[in-house]
Write a protein that binds this ligand. Sequence first.
Ligand code: COA
Length: 185
Amino acid sequence: MLALRRMLTPRRKRVMPPSITDEIVTERLLIRPTRPGDSADVLTSIDDEIETINGWRPQSKLDLGRAIAADRDPWHWVIRLREPDVLIGVLGAQFVDPLMIDGCEIGFWVLGQHRRNGYMTEAVAAFVERLGVNDITTVRASTAVSNVAVHRIMHSVGFVETGRRQRTLQNGTVIDAIDYKAPAR
Ligand SMILES: CC(C)(COP(=O)(O)OP(=O)(O)OC[C@H]1O[C@@H](n2cnc3c(N)ncnc32)[C@H](O)[C@@H]1OP(=O)(O)O)[C@@H](O)C(=O)NCCC(=O)NCCS
């Protein structure tokens, strides 16, 4: 019975379409899918604050590092400065829509020493534009009411608030969150 139910239930894909695996170049940044060699840099970019804000379980960071090293991570992009060529942050995107056109949710972080330079605003704008070019109709994001920087980014890039709710993160932490949506470009 369980096997039959599994066969009849469509699997919710969490993959990115191949059409957005190309790199994105902006005025100051290069954004590209992770490669196995990025694993150590990505792990170093995740400090305790980022783990807490994302509400990850202790294992989450290690799992991400292993997935990148094994070339099994279609969900994250590294954000690198073009000059000098260093990793300054990471952008993640996941689909919960089997047709991969709706419900793409993004998340992101920037290393502490590179914050407040407008990098994430530049990265999110370019990333959302690329998703739109690839016929992905809706991009979503969700963050804590207290996360002022993310709200600023959402407004700058043209996201609109779609609702407020209590949201339970992976590690069980409950936050007051604001949901956002950006229409396709
Ligand atoms: C959120 C985060 C990615 C922003 O990255 P960033 O490159 O510093 O962002 P930007 O420089 O593009 O700044 C965007 C806006 O937020 C403001 N801002 C940035 N950090 C801020 C802070 N700590 N407090 C208040 N405003 C802040 C900037 O002044 C800018 O405002 P403006 O558009 O009015 O000029 C970064 O702070 C971070 O990694 N935080 C920890 C992880 C996190 O919160 N991720 C999001 C989870 S949903």
